[in-house]
Write a protein that binds this ligand. Structure first.
Ligand code: SAM
Length: 234
């Protein structure tokens, strides 16, 4: 059975898609999609030999080798231009995900949907979307095994209006998630806030330098953003 995390990613892959799952590890996601979302074709990309082999083994044992092509390589290098219309990248940091997208930009011509699940730093992805004319169309926040994950969906070809109300808050917390304020969202940002307050207090105790002053300023701005965003609901 697929994890809730990957099932949330899967939800956004359109029926009939030709997709690439980059950093596919066991290829669980493409296997699931072939069986449950009637995707037409998938590439399971992996940069590391071990995960690549386990992806190959799984695809073979599921009898899906004709639909899922398992490929060894870095990021979007494994796909050819025009081959896929949807890309998923899950289970990595946001900065690594945007790095992969940035280096593989020339492969995104035929891609009209990106479904990304950063373990940390979703802000990197929202910034990348904004800088590269991808519209953030959906966001989800979920909790599984005591960890909180965000799933971000982007679509190409439309100017981004989702941040209209407040850019800074939208980038950090997510415009859809701020609006929705579900329980997990509040839990995540309350915990982040407490963590920042702890760091701030420690900095207050340290010798004052340009760095500590700047860091305190940065942290207090983030605390303020989060407090504002959470207050709306109380
Ligand atoms: N996507 C799966 C998931 O969400 O369950 C696996 C996540 S696993 C933590 C991250 C995988 O990404 C690893 O198997 C790693 O080898 C692979 N990876 C990391 N950087 C990569 C890159 N630049 N290109 C392709 N795969 C990469």
């Amino acid at each position: 059975k697929l994890s809730v995390r990957l099932a949330t990613v899967a939800k956004y892959v359109p029926k009939g898609a030709r997709m690439a799952d980059i950093g596919s590890d066991h290829a669980y996601l493409p296997c699931y999609l072939v069986k449950n979302a009637e995707i037409r074709f998938a590439v399971a990309g992996e940069v590391a030999a071990g995960p690549y082999q386990s992806a190959e083994r799984n695809v073979l044992s599921e009898g899906l080798s004709e639909i899922i092509s398992v490929r060894l390589g870095d990021g979007l290098d494994v796909i050819q231009s025009g081959e896929v219309d949807c890309v998923t990248i899950a289970g990595m940091g946001g900065a690594l995900i945007t790095n992969i997208l940035e280096r593989g930009k020339d492969k995104l011509g035929s891609v009209n949907r990106l479904i990304l699940q950063p373990n940390i730093s979703a802000i990197s992805i929202r910034k990348w979307f904004l800088d590269n004319n991808w519209e953030l169309t959906s966001e989800e926040i979920i909790e599984e095994d005591g960890k909180i994950y965000e799933v971000l969906v982007g679509e190409k070809g439309v100017p981004d209006r989702s941040y209209k109300s407040d850019l800074e808050t939208g980038l950090l917390l997510g415009p859809f998630l701020v609006k929705k304020q579900d329980e997990i969202f509040i839990k995540k940002w309350t915990a982040e806030k407490i963590n920042w307050q702890r760091i701030y207090a420690a900095l207050e105790g340290a010798a004052e330098t340009v760095e500590t002053i700047e860091k305190k300023q940065e942290i207090s701005e983030k605390i303020k953003l989060v407090e504002e965003a959470l207050k709306n609901e109380e």
